[in-house]
Design a protein around this ligand. Sequence first.
Ligand code: PEP
Length: 257
Amino acid sequence: MSKLIAGNWKMNGSLAANQALVEAIATGLAAAGPTKCAVALCAPALYLDQISRQIKALAQQNIAGAAIDLGAQDISVHASGAYTGEVSGAMLKEFGVRYAIVGHSERRQYHGESDAVVSLKAKAALAHGITPIVCVGETLEQREAGKTEEVVKRQLAAVIHDNGHCISEIVVAYEPVWAIGTGKTATPEMAQAVHAVLRAQLKAATAHPERVKILYGGSMNAANAAELLAQGDIDGGLIGGASLKAPDFLKIIAAAQ
Ligand code: PEP
């Protein structure tokens, strides 16, 4: 299956910085020729419109804009109404958003998002034709206690339970919490082992498991991407820090081709 490389900008960026970053990525992609993998930029909600317009303008100049999809970093479980600060699936869709990250460990940790909430967010995304990138992953403590498999399976099971046959339309991202933003990457073997567990769980849950991409995330960078992406069950990457530097992000995309 073709790979997906998605950048998670987190709460970074500015109008000027985004403009320069998107231009550098699009120009780099155009120079490299036809892109064989999918590329997405998951930006802060406020900037989605800016990036969407810029991508369209670049595409009109034949500068690879069409090869870049937009992603949000979160989505409300609610359709509309008195939910101050929330952004709905319908709103995201209006701005051409293709993906929404749900259940990132930073949201689970700092915003108390439970498996049940993450699952409802995946459902809200699917209801609006947005592909949820469902993040699962264990903490260091859980890994050291031998609970990695149990934790990731529980997190994915919640989403499978609530989303039934639509589960073949999701993307899963395995992100060991101890590897996010720390510079510590899971070895390719460690990552592959967890991906195989998730793949088996998806096979048991849907008639079309081959449609589901399982991304690795956690300090993936230009130097380690090729080895991680060469693993049989690693279908792409969710990239934090390295997605903010165009040359690094472009090298990861090149490694995925
Ligand atoms: C992430 O935020 O999803 C992530 C993987 O971050 P980093 O690449 O910086 O570890």
